[in-house]
Design a protein around this ligand. Structure first.
Ligand SMILES: NC(=O)c1ccc[n+]([C@@H]2O[C@H](COP(=O)([O-])OP(=O)(O)OC[C@H]3O[C@@H](n4cnc5c(N)ncnc54)[C@H](O)[C@@H]3O)[C@@H](O)[C@H]2O)c1
Length: 305
């Protein structure tokens, strides 16, 4: 943080879905925000997204955006050569004590930093949010093999200052943790729809009214403890668990025709296009805020812990 500033400065690199959401989160926390993106309509996008903010600006270029940042949050396209080049450029222009984070869902800090100078590589890590980061508290923090522990500590502190819930993951495995869990459930969901057991709409109804609601309040293992009654997880595994433990996971068809039919069925359920996206996103955000507010109301500060 700059000595003269009382709140941090964030550079948002890439003003797409994730970058603009990080920008809204930082703006809501009173941070100074500089946004960079090569798209020619960047100034219009920033003006439209932040009509009343004196502390959010469209930067002239990448160097201008990152030069004063405490946290650089990169949200460019998910392509390794592009991120490698971006971080070389970011490293050349950013302050020596800035945390250099990528929102990447799949590319690791070790891959990005492979050709970077040691002092830059030491400050690169993954800070992977769940969409949209302005509402979803989780940030998976994955340091690479060359990341300094002070960088990881600094990133955790900065994300906490944004009221996020950072979790440091020590192993750089594909999909990290949250998306691996999502992939496991998605596999079974696709199998159940493809084999005609449920429609896409019914599958979503089942999820929202059971696991979704459960997992908004307590975690999976905490749920196991409660599922076993006073005997806890041991009782659960010996009782109901002994019966359900033998469920064979389904294998969804992944050939192009089967995937096309699945996509058609989901599109027929929810629709497609700009208007549908805006409506569904607004509904998602309203409902997510309602759940978060209800949890904060009932639990106070420790809701997401
Ligand atoms: N969409 C999600 O659900 C989600 C969730 C978590 C993480 N992520 C990660 O966030 C990152 C961004 O994803 P997104 O969904 O916001 O993509 P997006 O396509 O909405 O936005 C990408 C933006 O990057 C810009 N860009 C292109 N080249 C650039 C450059 N050289 N410098 C700066 N910006 C550049 C594009 O103009 C575009 O505005 C990806 O790494 C992705 O893996 C996405």
């Amino acid at each position: 943080m700059n000595a003269e500033n009382t709140t941090p400065t964030i550079a948002i690199v890439g003003a797409g879905v994730i970058g603009l959401s990080w920008a809204r989160l930082a703006d809501a926390h009173g941070w100074t925000v500089a946004i960079t993106d090569p798209r020619p309509d960047l100034a219009e996008i920033v003006a439209a997204a932040f009509p009343d903010s004196a502390t959010v600006r469209a930067a002239a270029d990448l160097a201008d955006a990152v030069s004063d940042a405490d946290l650089v949050q990169e949200n460019g396209p998910e392509r390794l050569p592009m991120k490698q080049q971006l971080f070389a450029d970011i490293g050349a222009a950013a302050r020596g004590d800035a945390v250099l984070a990528t929102s990447s869902s799949s590319i690791t800090a070790s891959e990005i930093a492979v050709d970077l100078d040691a002092d830059v590589a030491a400050r690169v890590l993954v800070g992977h949010p769940f969409n949209p980061p302005e509402l979803m508290p989780l940030v998976e923090v994955l340091p690479g093999t060359r990341t300094a522990s002070t960088t990881t500590d600094g990133a955790v502190a900065l994300y906490r200052a944004l009221d996020r819930e950072p979790v440091v993951i020590g192993t750089e495995l594909p999909g990290f943790v949250a998306n691996r869990l999502q992939a496991a459930i998605s596999r079974e969901a696709r199998y159940l729809v493809q084999t005609g057991v449920v429609s896409p709409a019914d599958l979503d109804t089942i999820l929202r009214n059971s696991l979704g609601l459960r997992w908004a309040t307590i975690g999976l293992f905490e749920g196991n403890v409660l599922g076993g009654g006073p005997g806890g997880i041991r009782h659960l595994l010996a009782g109901v668990g002994a019966q359900t433990g033998g469920i064979e996971p389904g294998v969804p068809a992944t050939d192009p025709d089967a995937m096309e039919r699945l996509v058609d069925a989901v599109e027929a359920t929810y629709g497609t296009g700009e208007e549908v996206y805006a409506e569904l996103a607004a509904r998602r955000d309203r409902r997510t805020r309602a759940v978060l507010a209800a949890l904060a109301d009932t639990d106070g500060e420790s809701t997401t812990r």
